[in-house]
Design a protein around this ligand. Sequence first.
Ligand SMILES: O=C[C@H](O)[C@H](O)COP(=O)(O)O
Ligand SMILES: C=C(OP(=O)(O)O)C(=O)O
Length: 455
Amino acid sequence: MPDLSSSPDRTPEDVLAGLDYWRTLVAKQQPQWLNRDGLHTASSEIAALPPLVFAGEVDQLRERLATAARGEAFLLQGGDCAETFAGATADQIRNRVKTLLQMAVVLTYGASMPVIKVGRMAGQFAKPRSNDTETRGEVTLPAYRGDIVNGYEFTPESREANPARLVQGYHTAASTLNLIRAFTQGGFADLRQVHDWNKGFTSNPANARYDKLAKEIDRAVRFMVACGADFAEMRRTEFYVSHEALLFDYERPMTRIDSRTGAAYNTSSHFLWIGERTRDLDGAHVDFLSRVRNPIGVKLGPSTAPDDALRLIDKLDPHREPGRLTFITRMGAGTIRDALPPLLAAVRDSGATPLWVTDPMHGNGITTPTGYKTRRFDDVMDELKGFFEAHRSVGTYPGGIHVELTGDDVTECLGGSENIDEATLATRYESLCDPRLNHMQSLELAFQVAEELTK
Ligand SMILES: O=C[C@H](O)[C@H](O)COP(=O)(O)O
Ligand SMILES: C=C(OP(=O)(O)O)C(=O)O
């Protein structure tokens, strides 16, 4: 099958035909939809709904990511492990946006570098799982695969994949994105509100450190205003959304042909990534995403060989387009210092310049004796440091972080200066899949990254 998306004489029909080539390949991590008629109806309904993002915004993000790949900017990507429909409330969305804005301020001010803000938001509803089923006592049911597929409640009805959830996923993404746009374009993200983003969070050492920094920014801004600087542009901030492109029954109907260029864009999100479990070179996910114009991320785990990375580049970014491809490494704190440098060196030697980002969460999962999936904050920080060390040793750019976080005071990851211990995990563990950094741990991490960036 030729790569129609990059053929100079392609037609929209060719592009569309190519988009469906994934159907002939192995698509991992897809739910078993028993209700085929319902699935067909849901897919047709989604295909007829308006796009959530526009091709022009997607192109703009690609250009921004190109600057990060050149070491001129830094990517901050974060949000829930698994967004839920019930969690799409104004308070929770605002807290996540505020947390990301605060982290971005810490990074921008600390490292004097533009920060590209991307939420794991407005579509992070589908989860790949290690096992297809979950057993509790004598009962075995399909695993929870995210709200866009089935319910978390452990009953046969709730765990059956329900196509109506695909449509609900679209509408929840739309209302989340609407609020994000209102917050980031309507004055809430104005740099002169830098203090206010701290309001509503419980006081703790990270908040106090942030407050000190906010005072400095405030003084600098007031000084500039007194000098006559025009801060009209500071009222708004660019904010993009992203999620794992996992579920073909959502991603395919959301993929449309751009009338300006005739190229295919996935309009469910600005940025999409392929997970560690679905990045097979000959698999459906890699083929499908090779055919859309969005900037694409690929998670790389500890077993990634240099050749795997090179072949992924050839497939996903054959033209070596700046900003097109991001490698998100998630190696584990104990592994990154050995596993990452050979990858960086091989890719550098090939002449390719993808954006390199660290996900210090997914290689550091543990389960406590009481059954909580968690991560040690110290391991997260250690992987982060290992990421910067690896880049320093090879001479490449550490271009960003990708983190599972929430703006709420949850107790899901161990440690941090609040010293969350195993007994405390139960107090406020709300994630339906993997543990997230809470507000304070997220700020602490941002201060650490700012320090690394200034080294
Ligand atoms: O977020 C990542 C994966 O979906 C998650 O780690 C899978 O978890 P599991 O091993 O409990 O299925
Ligand atoms: C599933 C995820 O990560 P990974 O593919 O790296 O395991 C994720 O980021 O939600």
